[in-house]
Design a protein around this ligand. Structure first.
Ligand SMILES: C[S@@+](CC[C@H](N)C(=O)[O-])C[C@H]1O[C@@H](n2cnc3c(N)ncnc32)[C@H](O)[C@@H]1O
Length: 375
């Protein structure tokens, strides 16, 4: 599948090393407003976000009425294949160029998940932490909640650009981490890092598995080998959590832990359980927002020790920072592979995602943590 973000831009007539190139970039940026594509912080974007927020607030209020009476927790996440539409997901989102993601993700880890600014909306809003510091805060919180000692063998499902790996390997000299991703772009980036002596990923303590967790063989995953299995921002892409936890249970040593960080709603929002019913489908086909209680119902393979809800204003602020950096670096971003259509695609993405976390002061949609243990 060819993604809309990868269409060659017709606005670029001259090659990147020609004298006319930077003039072309400026022309495209100038044309954006005329095409109704407004930058971060503009009155038009603020107004767009306000209107989106009001519409979402209405559907959240409606969901609150449905949740208590009709929603059957613990059913949907125990059906179907482990993951659906993974190839389409990679093509339409994760396989955008790594250089593009570098333009807005934090400079320390290239983490592509919520950063942690605090527990309450006022603390989150007034936090002086940079994006880099807030990502560090998140990883420190994982270590505490997953009760890591520092000498574990860790597996990380959906490793992205190796953000958790970079943090853990630098913090704990005795730790080893194996990460898996089906994204060709992420694999290429990680292999470069593994050959770069400045990167902790070259320490020999990082192992990369290329592929889909749903289809990789059990032999490749290993049996009773790991002390801790993580997923960060991945169970949103998983359909059958029961089968996923079953695979993880087999990989873990007795007493090992399975720790998960994911976007979650405090109450069930039925529309969010099927991405094809929302505008997010264009970005994350096959994705969903699980209600906190849905994953709490899984006790067949691992024992749930504890779960936490994290206020959504944390992700709002993370996405807002990504959106700001995207526009600050727009001169680097726009090019033959990234014309006005792509700017619109990603500009809408930041607004749409940000607003999911905003209504009800972040108390309806945020993130959740789960700590499971092998019996
Ligand atoms: C939101 S990103 C999070 C990346 C990383 N954990 C982080 O926090 O920086 C989701 C990750 O899940 C991976 N992913 C999605 N579906 C997957 C699957 N079926 N098997 C393995 N990884 C998957 C994506 O390739 C991507 O690396």
């Amino acid at each position: 599948m060819k993604s809309s973000t990868k269409r060659k831009s017709e606005e670029f007539l001259f090659p990147e090393n020609s004298p006319e190139y930077s003039e072309q970039v400026s022309l495209v940026i100038e044309k954006l407003k005329g095409a109704g594509i407004f930058p971060y912080g503009s009155a038009e974007i603020k107004d767009f976000e306000k209107r989106l927020e009001l519409a979402l607030l209405r559907s959240y209020r409606q969901a609150l009425r449905v949740d208590a009476k009709e929603f059957e927790f613990g059913k949907l996440s125990k059906e179907g294949p482990i993951a659906e539409e993974t190839e389409k997901l990679m093509a339409s989102h994760y396989d955008e160029r790594a250089e593009f993601f570098c333009n807005f993700l934090d400079q320390s880890f290239m983490a592509y998940s919520m950063a942690y600014y605090g527990s309450e909306p006022d603390v989150i809003a007034s936090s002086k932490a940079s994006l880099e510091e807030a990502q560090t805060n998140k990883f420190e919180l994982f270590c505490k909640r997953a009760q890591l000692k520092g000498n574990e063998k860790v597996f990380n499902l959906g490793c992205g650009f190796g953000s958790l790996e970079k943090f853990l390997l630098a913090k704990y000299p005795e730790m080893t981490v194996t990460g898996i991703t089906p994204s060709a772009v992420q694999v290429k980036y990680l292999k470069e890092q593994m050959n770069n002596s400045d990167s902790v990923l070259s320490s020999g303590r990082f192992k990369l598995l290329e592929g889909n967790f749903a289809s990789v063989s059990s032999e490749t995953l290993g049996k009773e080998y790991y002390d801790a299995v993580f997923s960060v921002g991945v169970l949103e892409h998983i359909k059958n959590v029961k089968l996923t936890l079953e695979r993880m249970e087999k990989m873990l040593k007795p007493g090992g832990v399975s720790f998960h960080h994911l976007i979650a709603s405090y109450h069930a929002i039925p529309r969010f359980l099927d991405s094809s019913k929302t505008k997010i489908d264009k970005y994350f086909p096959g994705g969903r927002v699980w209600p906190v209680a849905e994953l709490e119902s899984h006790d067949e393979h691992l024992e749930l020790e504890k779960s936490w809800y994290i206020n959504g204003r944390n992700y709002w602020r993370t996405l807002d920072e990504w959106h700001k950096r995207f526009w600050q670096n727009i001169d680097n971003i726009v090019g033959p592979e990234f014309g006005a259509d792509s700017v619109k695609h990603w500009n809408d993405y930041f607004c749409l995602c940000k607003i999911v976390f905003s209504p009800m002061n972040g108390e309806m949609v945020g993130n959740a943590h789960y700590l499971f243990r092998k019996k």
